[in-house]
Design a protein around this ligand. Structure first.
Ligand code: FES
Length: 67
C-alpha cells in the first residue's frame, strides 16, 4: 500500500529501508523522501517502520569455543 502519496512510497519500500538499517522517520525522509512534502504520512510511516523493526529477526549470536 502507499504510505506516502506525495512521493509514491509504499510500505514495502519502508520495510526494505528498515531491513537496510533505517531506524527513524528522518532516515526514511533522507532515503525515500517520506514526509518531505505535506507531512501527513509521517505517523503512518513511523508505524510501518516500528512494525518492521519489531519483526526483524535478532542478530545471530556469536559463540566461541571454550578451550
Ligand atoms: S503524503 Fe507523504 S509527504 Fe505528503
Amino acid at each position: 500500500m502507499y504510505v506516502c502519496v506525495c512521493r509514491g512510497v509504499t510500505d514495502h519500500q519502508i520495510r526494505a529501508a528498515a531491513a537496510e538499517g533505517a531506524s527513524s522517520v528522518d532516515e526514511l525522509r533522507d532515503r525515500l523522501g517520506v514526509a518531505s512534502r505535506c507531512g501527513k504520512c509521517s505517523s503512518l510511516a513511523a508505524d510501518v517502520l516500528h512494525e518492521s523493526l519489531c519483526e526483524q529477526p535478532p542478530e545471530p549470536a556469536l559463540y566461541y569455543a571454550a578451550g
